[in-house]
Write a protein that binds this ligand. Structure first.
Ligand code: PEP
Ligand code: MN
Length: 262
């Protein structure tokens, strides 16, 4: 019996920004990393104007090289807390380490488990116990079955609020940073109760592909998008090549909403 056959328990409703996930398109956007307070204020003000449902911004960054920017860490969480107080925007950030859960608990609305940690089962169990929605990114070499196995680690702790996030997988193709596997999105829309959102930023690594792949994701059955966006993408502290500007974000959101309603 596969995990998909087994997972027939009652579906849990997930609410973000007053919306039930799946009933309306969920739009999450923001910079790859939390940046200084002033830059973040300018970004969040624009995200609010565009009706973005939740801010994404990494305080703890799992970088390939330990010598590149690792995120502002707990100072980043403090900035997120101040932005929430000022703008009332829900926030999702990645937790890399169980030691950061306590501090993050009062600040985060949604916890992100990054691709590199999809197999970190102890972290999954501890994050599940926070009782908050979890965005579970697909490991970049994980099969759908393994991804669902990781989701089960959260579900079995009694936390049904799992949102799967397809963020591309590693293949022989190197033209794009990852290969955005929209097969998984269409497959899971048919075969799982868990909502799937798509990250076209990490899925492609190229900002010019974010718009078309966002639309492709919605067409494939994604319930939402998580997009890296910045007021000055070329100067974003991390992942600038895949980060879109606010104008492109507006165009992407408008077209995705239109497609959603079709
Ligand atoms: C991110 O969303 O900032 C991130 C690091 O993504 P991933 O875990 O998918 O690589
Ligand atoms: Mn990133």
């Amino acid at each position: 019996m596969t995990l998909i056959d087994k997972k027939k328990e009652k579906k849990t409703d997930i609410w973000i920004n007053g919306k039930k996930v799946g009933e309306d398109i969920l739009v999450i956007a923001g910079p790859c990393s939390v940046e200084d307070h002033e830059t973040m204020r300018k970004i969040v003000r624009q995200l609010k104007e565009l009706g973005v449902d939740m801010l994404r911004a990494g305080a703890f960054k799992p970088r390939t090289s330990p010598y590149t920017f690792q995120g502002l860490k707990t100072e980043g969480l403090d900035i997120i807390q101040e932005l929430k107080a000022e703008f009332g925007i829900p926030v999702s950030t990645e937790i890399l380490d169980v030691r950061d859960i306590e501090k993050a608990y009062d600040i985060l609305d949604v916890v992100q488990i990054g691709s590199r940690n999809m197999y970190n089962y102890v972290l999954l169990e501890e994050v599940a116990k926070m009782g908050k929605p979890v965005i579970l990114k697909r490991g970049f070499s994980a099969t759908v079955e393994e991804w669902l196995g990781s989701a089960e680690y959260i579900l079995k702790e009694g936390n049904g609020q799992v949102i799967l996030c397809e963020r591309g997988i590693r293949t022989f193709e190197t033209t794009t940073r990852n290969t955005l596997d929209l097969n998984s999105v269409a497959y899971l829309a048919e075969n799982s109760d868990l909502p799937v959102i798509v990250d076209p930023s990490h899925g492609t690594g190229l900002r010019e592909l974010v718009y078309p792949m966002s639309l492709a994701a919605i067409a494939a059955g994604a319930k939402g998008l998580i997009i890296e966006a910045h007021i000055d993408p070329d100067n974003a502290l991390s992942d600038c090549r895949q980060t879109i500007d606010m104008e492109t974000l507006k165009k992407t959101i408008d077209a995705s909403r239109k497609l959603w309603r079709m």
